[in-house]
Design a protein around this ligand. Structure first.
Ligand code: A3P
Length: 324
C-alpha cells in the first residue's frame, strides 16, 4: 500500500502490478482456483465507507449465528463486530504486504470459526481489473459496490492520507500533502486505485449491464435511509429478511450495530492499530455527508462540479444528496 499519491504513470504501473498479484493470489492461494459461487465481494474506493459496508455485510450474512441486539438474544455480546475490526472480519485481497509472511489471508477459513454462508472478500481494485473468475457470469459470486460523492471522498482521503504519511513506518518522512497538491492529484486521476471517475463508472456501468451481479450503492443513500439500504443489500446477496425478522426489528438492530456512533465507540475501533499501521480510530472520523464544505475552497468546489458534470455526463450516475 502506498501512502502517497503518485504521478499518473507510476499509478498506472502500480495498479497493473497490484492487479496481477491479486489475480494470482485470489485464484490460486486464497480462494481455491477460482472465486466461488457464494463469494460476496465488497468493492469500494478508499474513504467511501468501506468499513461500514464491511460491518453491514458481515452482520447481514452471519445474523443467524450472531444476533445483532442484546434485547433479542443473550448471545449478542459474542457478536464478532464488538471485538474484531470490520477490516479484519472482511479482509482485503489488496494488501498482501500487511499480512504475516506477506501472504494474504486464507479466505477458505473465516476469522470467526463458524461456517459462514459465504466468504466475504474486500477490494479497492477497479472493476475491469478484477480477476475473470469474479467477473464471469458463470460464477454466481456477487459484488456490492459503495461509492461516495467526490467532494467528501476527496476531503476524507486527503485528511486520512496526511495521518498515514505522518507514520514513520510508512516511510514518508512525515511530509504532509497540501490540500492544493492533493486536489490536483485527485482531479488528474492520480490515485492509488486509479481515477475516481473511472472507478465509480466501471462498477456503475456493470451494475446496469448486470444487476444480478453488481449492486451499486451510495454512502449518501446509506446515511439517508439505512434500513432501506440494509434490506436492499440483504436481498441482493440472497439473504433477504423474512417478515418475522422485520417484525422483530432485526433490520433496525443491524443498522444500529453498524452505525457510525456505535462502531466508533467500541474499544476495538478506538484503540490499537490496524495490522501495525494506522490507528484504528482513524477509520472513524466524522461519518457525515457534506463535511467537504469545511475544507474545499470556492474554486475547488467549482472545479469539482465541472469535472463531475463532464465525467458523469450521459452515464445516468448522479449525486443528488451530497449537500449538508
Ligand atoms: P470521514 O472521513 O468523512 O469521516 P473507508 O472505510 O472507506 O476508509 O471510509 C472511511 C469514511 O467512512 C470516514 O469518513 C469514516 O468516518 C466513515 N465511516 C466509518 N464508519 C462509518 C459508519 N458506520 N457510518 C458512516 N460513516 C462511516
Amino acid at each position: 500500500m502506498s501512502t502517497s499519491t503518485q504521478h499518473t504513470n507510476d499509478t498506472n504501473s502500480n495498479s497493473r502490478h497490484d492487479n496481477d498479484e491479486i489475480s494470482v493470489h485470489l485464484c490460486e492461494d486464497n480462494v481455491g482456483r477460482h472465486a466461488s459461487h457464494t463469494d460476496l465481494i465488497i468493492a469500494t474506493l478508499p474513504k467511501s465507507g468501506t468499513i461500514w459496508l464491511k460491518a453491514l455485510a458481515f452482520a447481514i450474512i452471519n445474523r443467524s449465528h450472531y444476533p445483532s441486539s442484546s434485547s433479542s438474544s443473550e448471545n449478542y455480546h459474542q457478536h464478532p463486530l464488538l471485538t474484531i475490526s470490520p477490516r479484519d472480519l472482511v479482509p482485503f485481497v489488496d494488501f498482501k504486504q500487511l499480512y504475516p509472511d506477506n501472504r494474504l489471508l486464507d479466505f477458505t477459513k473465516n476469522s470467526t470459526n463458524h461456517d459462514s454462508p459465504c466468504r466475504l472478500i474486500a477490494t479497492h481494485v477497479p472493476y475491469p481489473s478484477l480477476p475473470e473468475s469474479i467477473k464471469i457470469t458463470a460464477t454466481n459470486c456477487k459484488i456490492v459496490y459503495l461509492c461516495r460523492n467526490p467532494q467528501d471522498n476527496f476531503s476524507s482521503l486527503w485528511l486520512f492520507m496526511n495521518k498515514a504519511r505522518a507514520m514513520p513506518m510508512l516511510n514518508n518522512n512525515n511530509a504532509s500533502l497540501s490540500m492544493d497538491e492533493a486536489f490536483d492529484y485527485f482531479c488528474d486521476g492520480v490515485q492509488e486505485f486509479g481515477p475516481y471517475w473511472d472507478h465509480v463508472l466501471g462498477y456503475w456501468k456493470e451494475s446496469i449491464k448486470n444487476p444480478d451481479k453488481v449492486l451499486f450503492d451510495k454512502y449518501e443513500n446509506l446515511k439517508k435511509e439505512p434500513k432501506t439500504q440494509t434490506k436492499r443489500i440483504a436481498e441482493f446477496t440472497g439473504c433477504g429478511f423474512s417478515s418475522e425478522e422485520e417484525n422483530q426489528g432485526v433490520v433496525e438492530d443491524i443498522s444500529s450495530l453498524c452505525s457510525f456512533e456505535n462502531l466508533k465507540n467500541l474499544d476495538v475501533n478506538k484503540n490499537g492499530t490496524w495490522r501495525g499501521t494506522i490507528q484504528n480510530k482513524e477509520f472513524f472520523r466524522k461519518g457525515e455527508v457534506g463535511d467537504w464544505k469545511n475544507y474545499l475552497t470556492p474554486i475547488m468546489i467549482k472545479t469539482l462540479d465541472g469535472l463531475m458534470k463532464e465525467k458523469l455526463h450521459g452515464s445516468g450516475l448522479v449525486f443528488q444528496n451530497y449537500l449538508p
